[in-house]
Design a protein around this ligand. Structure first.
Ligand code: FES
Length: 143
């Protein structure tokens, strides 16, 4: 299910996305393609991205936060991964894709939902990752 939501920042500060970071670090360590340069930390401004009920386990959604579009993927109960939707090839808006990859409709680039790495070109670089977390019934993103 795809949705677009625009929301304002909140005041709460939240620590860590250890599960997401650990999963991405594992993938990078195993050499399964290039991931984003660094595991994001929750040090940016916190925004409500969506209601948790709109992002089931193994679900993907597209949200607009602070005027920009992001892709969210929830690999398990406690983890949400967030990426820009801007394709690294020529800047098209990457879609929610299939069960494993985000897919760009312009030239067919595909990116892993687990770490944003390129799984099919022509995209030259991974999608930029952002910290995200689940807080109660909300999904937060840190920009
Ligand atoms: Fe996305 Fe070309 S702009 S594949």
């Amino acid at each position: 299910m795809k949705q677009n939501i625009t929301l304002s920042p909140t005041r709460r500060v939240v620590l860590g996305t250890s599960l997401a970071a650990g999963a991405a670090a594992t993938l990078v360590a195993c050499g399964q393609g290039k991931s984003s340069d660094a595991i994001p930390s929750a040090t940016g401004t916190e925004y409500d991205a969506t209601d948790l009920s709109k992002l089931p386990v193994l679900g993907t959604t597209s949200v607009t936060v602070n005027g920009h579009n992001y892709l969210l993927y929830r690999p398990d109960e406690k983890t949400v991964l967030a990426y820009t939707s801007v394709c690294t090839h020529q800047g098209c808006k990457v879609g929610t894709g299939d069960s494993k990859n985000f897919i760009c409709p312009c030239h067919g680039s595909e990116y892993s939902k687990l770490d944003g790495s390129v799984t099919q070109g022509p995209a030259p670089k991974p999608l930029t990752r952002y910290a995200a977390s689940i807080e109660g019934d909300k999904v937060k993103i840190y920009l």
